[in-house]
Design a binder for this molecule. Structure first.
Ligand SMILES: [Zn+2]
Length: 211
């Protein structure tokens, strides 16, 4: 009787130890297992927050991609230039600026006051287009140096995907600055991977049954 009880007790203890071990192992590897999903979930949440506005939303029809044509920069620096040198009343011409790790975080998305206030940009050349076009600028010169960083491309992808879905903007209305003007700009530079970017966008929208 005593022996039987002991064996039972040993079994219970063994099971407890094994359960503990499994728990510890799962706890240790969980961050690696779920990392990708967690990252994109966080990014989705962040972009939703970033894109929140303070006034009535414009019915945006177009997304225009730019580079800053400078090696470094951030929203504050471009705002200062547009406001004080170009004398544009509303400052920063773009709605969003994506940093390259120089004066802001690599891949960090900065939101301009024009977005928060939902007013036209000053990036597309013509007011008629500025009134319906969301302007996104990536810091860097993709004409004379390399292309955007991985982080910049990833943030741009998630931002554009979100905006396309939110405003029902079709993929052929995501354009580069030079596509729009068809003239004297190379913006966002020959090293900006437009084709690959749009391919990734189309693939994701397709997978989600949106095109
Ligand atoms: Zn441009």
């Amino acid at each position: 009787m005593l022996l039987k009880l002991d064996i039972k007790e040993i079994h219970v203890k063994l099971i407890a130890v094994v359960m503990c071990l499994i728990g510890i192992i799962l706890f240790a590897i969980a961050p690696f297992l779920g990392k990708r999903q967690m990252e994109s979930a966080i990014r989705k949440n962040q972009i939703h927050k970033i894109c929140s506005v303070n006034s009535q939303e414009i019915d945006w029809k177009l997304i225009v991609l730019h580079h800053s044509a400078t090696e470094e920069g951030n929203a504050a620096k471009f705002d200062d230039y547009h406001r004080n040198k170009r004398k544009w009343q509303h400052g920063l011409a773009y709605h969003f600026v994506i940093g390259n790790g120089t004066l802001s975080r690599d891949g960090g998305i900065e939101v301009g006051p024009r977005w928060k206030r939902q007013i036209h940009g000053a990036h597309a050349g013509k007011m008629k287009i500025n009134k319906i076009a969301i302007g996104i600028c990536l810091v860097g010169n993709f004409e004379t140096t390399g292309g955007p960083t991985e982080q910049q491309q990833d943030s741009l992808f998630h931002l554009v995907l979100y905006l396309c879905k939110k405003y029902n903007i079709p993929i052929d209305k995501v354009v580069s600055h030079k596509q729009l003007l068809k003239s004297n700009t190379s913006c966002p530079g020959k090293n900006f991977p437009m084709e690959a970017f749009k391919h990734r966008l189309a693939k994701t929208l397709n997978e989600q049954g949106l095109i």
